[in-house]
Ligand binder design. Structure first.
Ligand SMILES: Cc1cc2nc3c(=O)[nH]c(=O)nc-3n(C[C@H](O)[C@H](O)[C@H](O)COP(=O)(O)O)c2cc1C
Length: 231
């Protein structure tokens, strides 16, 4: 049975609250025509799982930090849009800590996230694929139904460090070569209309799939009342 109102929860794991990951997650939410909520993990205190098994009886983590505040939102949501930046070809640490703590939801044959929908959002200075794959692996483990994924090119921090034009171990010379006009080559989401469109379309797909699932539940309930029912 779906909660009313149906809610899609978008979470950005970037420590930069209004940067590319947040922007792409919000673009997915913009395509959903159900109620949505956006949360940034930036500035939150989220510790890694301590493997203490303190959650095994209650399905509730015993660590007292900001994850406990997000727990209710996670459980209430019908769909999760999880976005993270690529740090060293991995999900960044903040999002990884956040996802590790999902461990509390899966004990004693219970899996409190099973059946929710999920979209994976990845951003990387050069590539986002490792992040997408890792988020999808979490979805699989927690039996979250993947609706799809979307990625975009973020901004290598060398664009802002002040040494980007001449630092030969940095990303700019490696990827674009020397003597570049940084303002001109600086990647941004608005230069990637295809990714933004794909994100928006994914939002629409979430809404459509939620509708299908709600209809499935309705049929199931009617059928239990009256097996001849064709709703
Ligand atoms: C510590 C660190 C490591 C990074 N490692 C990679 C990397 O291995 N590959 C990559 O494509 N981008 C890498 N980046 C670039 C980020 O993915 C890029 O800055 C992205 O835009 C961050 O997302 P945000 O704009 O939402 O903060 C790294 C950035 C940081 C700060």
């Amino acid at each position: 049975m779906w909660n009313d109102p149906v809610k899609v929860l978008g979470i950005s794991g970037s420590p930069r609250p209004n940067a590319n990951t947040a922007g792409l997650v919000k673009a997915v939410l913009a395509g959903c025509n159900v109620s949505t909520q956006f949360i940034t993990l930036a500035g939150l205190r989220i510790e890694p799982c301590k493997s203490c098994l303190g959650c095994k009886d209650t399905n509730e983590c015993v660590i007292d930090d900001d994850h406990s505040v997000l727990r209710k939102e996670l459980l209430n949501a019908n769909a999760l849009v999880i976005g993270a930046p690529n740090y060293h070809n991995m999900i960044n640490g903040l999002m990884h800590c956040f996802l590790e703590r999902f461990y509390q939801f899966r004990h004693r044959e219970r899996n409190l996230l099973a059946g929710k929908l999920g979209v994976a959002v990845g951003v990387g200075g050069s590539k986002a694929e490792p992040v997408i794959q890792q988020i999808l692996a979490f979805f699989q483990f927690y039996r979250i139904e993947s609706v799809g994924s979307v990625s975009a090119q973020g901004v290598a921090r060398c664009f802002d460090c002040g040494y980007g034009e001449w630092c030969r171990s940095g990303a700019i010379i490696k990827a674009w070569g020397a003597d570049q006009d940084l303002a001109k080559i600086r990647p941004s989401l608005d230069k990637q209309p295809d990714s933004l469109k794909e994100a928006f379309e994914l939002g629409k797909r979430i809404s459509a799939r939620l509708k299908e699932k709600a209809h499935g539940d309705q049929c199931h309930q009617s059928w239990r009342r009256n097996p001849k029912c064709q709703v």
